[in-house]
Design a protein around this ligand. Structure first.
Ligand code: DQA
Length: 152
């Protein structure tokens, strides 16, 4: 039996405190709830889920390196690093599968510094402001995004 495709869902800083963190913006659900939702969405497509969160940028960079040739899709909420990290932009250039940039909140309707994203140029799709459902929508969108796959 061939192995199931693996969908990576990676989360950046402060998302470990979902539920406690500004619930009026990010909702009451925890990171565990988000993982459960992603697992259900992945299972519906018969994907395996590789769900991670880190508060250390180097750890995220090494996770991106690790999955660069193997993931079927990457759903990335780089959180605050979205707006600051050239290094994440550059690491995403190595990732061959489609990348979906996800934000729980509508980053386009908040402070001006949240409008710019270093992730967007590497993303096949950007989903903002749909809360946790945005992650499920991202997983559902992956089959249609394979036209954006990098060769090599
Ligand atoms: C976020 C939006 C970012 O601007 C912020 O720094 C986050 C979370 C979101 O999911 O809405 O940490 O990525």
């Amino acid at each position: 039996m061939s192995p199931r495709p693996v969908v990576a869902v990676f989360n950046g800083p402060n998302l470990d405190l979902l539920g406690e963190r500004e619930p009026e913006i990010y909702g009451e659900g925890t990171l565990g709830d988000l993982e459960d939702l992603c697992r259900t969405a992945a299972e519906a497509h018969h994907y395996d889920l590789d769900f991670r969160q880190t508060n250390h940028e180097g750890v995220l960079l090494e996770s991106l390196h690790e999955i660069r040739h193997t993931a079927y899709g990457l759903v990335l909420n780089a959180a605050g690093w979205t707006h600051t990290s050239v290094a994440i932009h550059d690491a995403l250039a190595l990732v061959r599968c489609p990348v979906v940039e996800v934000h729980l909140s509508d980053v386009h309707a908040r402070e001006p510094f949240r409008v710019h994203s270093y992730v967007t140029p590497q993303a096949a799709l950007v989903i903002v402001g749909r809360g946790p459902q945005g992650y499920a929508d991202a997983i559902d969108a992956l089959p249609g995004l394979w036209a954006h796959r990098r060769e090599g």
